[in-house]
Design a protein around this ligand. Sequence first.
Ligand code: SAH
Length: 226
Amino acid sequence: MSYTIEAIATVRSPYTQKFGIPRQSHLVPAARCRIEFAPQFGADSVRGLEGFGYIWVQFVFHDALAEGWAQMVRPPRLGGKRKMGVFATRSPHRPNHLGLSLLKLEGIECGSSGVKIRCSGADLLDGTPVIDIKPYIPFVEARPDAAAGFAAESPPLLDIVWQTKADGLSDGLKTLIEQSVAQDPRPAYQDIAERIYVMEIAGWEVKFRIEGQTAAIIQIKPIGAI
Ligand code: SAH
């Protein structure tokens, strides 16, 4: 059986490349995004949603389609050393490349340019196609005591030091950068102190280095600037 699914909306996110995107929703609360609906979905389609604190966002890992999928994958939280069945993980490399994120609902706008939902805690690439949205229902779905397999604890955070001037950056952008880098975006197997990593975020190119449990932000400039 095969089905055709059409996107209902597109994500606008500060993350314009995959490197540096948090590995789950909620890990970077400062990651705000906007979900922009296709024109056929009007204000009526989101009526009542404003009463909910969180929404489930179902989407396509569109930037992983070309990478295919595998029966077993290496979750980053296992240090990239152990393999798990793809259906035991949240890996993008799954047969239908469907993703599911729980985002905090910040607001809904229904203006002349269409319906837009503002969210935070995003783990989504800019341009991600959204295929469905549903309200999160705590009394049904919150199961804090559930067994959590190999993902029982939240991963450790790095400390952040600024070794370049952060003057002129808004507090929101500074927090977004700090929370994103603190997630330790390095590929799981890498621990090379001299290595300089570069991530693009909200129109800025951020360079950092990681030694031990500390990440040093060593340069930040607008993307494209010399
Ligand atoms: N919360 C989702 C996503 C988990 S995987 C779920 O459980 O299904 C999260 C990773 O997906 C991010 O670190 C990022 O690298 C990747 N990602 C996010 N949006 C993507 C997209 N549109 N295409 C491909 N990969 C994406």
